[in-house]
Design a protein. Structure first.
Length: 470
């Protein structure tokens, strides 16, 4: 699609406006290929093949659904496998919290506080957003897997302090890898089909329990608590090498490019250009997804301790139960991949939140009966996983012009929610038992539903480009 030539700045009725800047859309087919690989905020001089002229341009944003070439099942499988390693490194810790408490000489309250503070490392994804929109997903993913390997090595120190540092580095790696993978997929798959691809990618969260947790339980039984950390350090290193060989070093393409050009061609054009601001609708969608994450983590972070205290489930028993958890979550992720695009992503998210609330109710009725408590927890996990995975598709299209940035900011918002949820959950569980934790989770789920519904009532909105000074 070839768009019009450069348009002059508008004139006032009696006074000509200063011809300082002009906005236009440029067809990349008529430009030097270098511009197609640039991200927002970069100044470049490009030649237009059709008109034989050169322009100094400051790239504002790229527009288009499929910003990169299509990818095959093998590529998605490798990225999902690497994410499974990352998620295993993160997910086994809450399940085997009693074991780690003994190893580090810490209490449940201390461990959940460390986990909550460590979750704040997810705020780092804000800095990754621009790089993701520039097509740097491979760099972010490989670096993140390296951080996960480093965190496992740090944890071998065997103290609460080293565990705190290790968990912070771990969340740094897991959060950035997840966002980079989601952005890479969202840049290549149209919205009407995106829930399927993201749902398959997020099966890694379930597989981490289904396969990873039993392996961790076996390693703890045979080697001790250090066994999982050593194994995950090796696995993360291998995963980093696989991702580095699978993805190209630079993968950005675009359908259209929008830029600001200085009419006098001066370097002053690079000084100030504002980005598109995040819309109210996008904020509501991000808050809804974050509240869903908080509802899930608030319960999951104390699930191992609750099963131990209320029902006397041993470490080996928790490993077996984790297989059930993983099976349910895998079913939820696959259901999201297969159903959400057809039924509707918002409706699917709401259905998941309803199941989550029903699961909480059943858990509160357990009264010492393992079958009832476990059944409620499985129903809770089914609803949570289905709702959260589907909500990622809503976030990915909240601002199509800046998917990487939106996903990165959304993860940061979710980080604050998860951190608060983990800390509050530990305190509420220590004081009021599972009832206190369930109350926190229910409030979060209701908040998620309200904000997502409100986002649709407000409408999609358009992120305005603020006035640009050059």
């Amino acid at each position: 699609m070839v768009l019009g030539d450069e348009e002059p700045a508008p004139e006032a009725p009696r006074r000509r406006a200063p011809r300082r800047v002009c906005l236009r859309r440029l067809d990349p087919a008529g430009c030097a290929s270098g511009l197609r690989r640039q991200g927002p905020g970069q100044l470049r001089e490009v030649g237009h093949v059709r008109h034989g002229v050169r322009h100094r341009v400051l790239l504002l944003r790229t527009v288009g659904h499929d910003l990169g070439p299509p990818f095959g099942v093998t590529t998605l499988a490798r990225l999902t496998g690497a994410k499974t390693v990352a998620n295993t490194a993160l997910r086994w810790i809450p399940l085997f919290l009693p074991t780690l408490e003994g190893a580090f000489g810490a209490t449940t309250r201390q461990m959940t506080t460390v986990i909550g503070v460590g979750e704040l490392a997810g705020l780092s994804t804000i800095a990754s957003g621009v790089r993701l929109d520039q097509g740097r997903e491979r760099v972010v993913m490989v670096s993140s897997l390296g951080l996960i390997a480093a965190s496992s090595i740090i944890a071998l120190g065997g103290t609460l302090a080293t565990f705190a540092v290790a968990f912070f580095v771990l969340v740094l790696g897991v959060g950035n890898y997840s966002v980079a993978g989601q952005a890479w997929i969202s840049h290549r798959v149209p919205y009407r089909q995106r829930a399927r691809s993201l749902g398959l990618f997020e099966t890694s969260w379930a597989i981490a329990l289904l396969v990873g947790a039993p392996v961790v339980a076996l390693l703890i039984t045979m080697v001790g608590w250090r066994g999982p950390f050593v194994a995950l350090a090796i696995a993360s290193t291998v995963a980093a090498l696989v991702v580095a060989q699978t993805l190209p070093p630079w993968s950005r393409g675009a359908d259209e490019i929008e830029f600001v050009k200085a009419s006098d061609g001066s370097d002053h054009a690079a000084t100030t250009a504002t980005r598109a601001s995040i819309t109210t609708t996008a904020w509501l969608v991000m808050i809804g997804s974050a509240a869903t994450a908080m509802a899930g983590l608030a319960v999951f972070v104390v699930s191992g301790t609750w099963l131990d205290d209320a029902f006397g489930v041993s470490t080996g028993g928790i490993g077996v139960i984790a297989i059930g958890f993983g099976s349910v979550e895998l079913a939820a992720s696959l259901a999201s991949a297969g159903v959400a695009d057809g039924v509707g992503k918002l409706r699917s998210t709401m259905a998941g939140l309803v199941l989550l609330l029903l699961g909480l109710g059943v858990m509160l009725l357990a009264n010492g009966r393992l079958s009832v408590g476990l059944g409620g927890l499985l129903l809770f996990l089914l609803g949570f996983e289905f709702a959260f995975v589907t909500s990622l598709s809503l976030v990915s299209e909240a601002m199509p012009d800046a998917r990487g940035t939106t996903l990165a900011v959304s993860n940061a918002v979710a980080t604050v929610a998860r951190a608060g949820g983990a800390i509050l959950s530990g305190w509420l569980f220590s004081t009021h038992g599972i009832a206190g934790t369930a109350s926190l989770s229910a409030i979060s789920a209701i908040t998620a539903a309200l904000t997502l519904v409100l986002s649709r009532r407000i409408g999609p909105g358009v992120a305005p480009i603020a006035s640009t000074t050059i």
